[in-house]
Write a protein that binds this ligand. Sequence first.
Ligand SMILES: [Zn+2]
Length: 266
Amino acid sequence: MIFDSHAHLDFSEFDHDRRALMAAMKAAGIGGAIIPGVSSEHWSKQKAIAHQLQLPYTLGIHPWYCPKTLIECDQSLAALRTELMTANDSLMVGIGECGLDKPKAELAPDNPAYVPWNLQYRVLDGQLALAAELKLPLILHSVKSHNELLGMLKQYSLPRGGVIHAFNGSYETAIAYLELGFKLGIGGLLLNKNAKKLRDTVSKLPLDALLVETDSPSMTPHFLPEKRNTPLTLVQIIAEMANLQKNSNVLISEHLQQNLMQLFEL
Ligand SMILES: [Zn+2]
């Protein structure tokens, strides 16, 4: 049984068939998923669902869900600190998802999806400090922000490292993360034959460097008819990874699951 290292199974897209989906996942050899947190408004539903399904989760503030002012950002970080300090919950396994998303900071300020860079920076910086203080692994989101993120990670001592989720970058960028003790979360983009840079990177990296994920309900592979992505896509991603790494599905699956269990101490 392999786990999806990143699936937002608490999102409303799964409200109508979450249990049926879990059964379909088990039948396909997918034992579960880590449910990443996105904002303080989502944490209580997220925790309730993680407990219902007995799945591990992380708590965090996603850059898309960044509060609108610095004061609210600091309040949200204080709330996160309280949640993490008082969790006493074996299913709570890390901090995230958090990170930087440059395209969101480059939108027009009147666009509802606009998130100013200074707020993204503040909220990520606060979560890196928490990961260092509480010795928790991180789930990181980085869109066109690898240099800035690498710079920030180097300022902290992060004993448990983490994962750069939905990694899409060059071999050199991947190595820079590995040298800081991070792994790379590989998702459905690998199934796109036009994603040449990512496919080349994955073919060259050591298997120890990789995790596998779907980012459900987002990142639906282009060839699927449905709009919603599910952890069932993991089967195809692993098959493609095995193909690129020139290894068997079974060996790749075992190794990926070991990497996940080691990183999050499952
Ligand atoms: Zn996500």
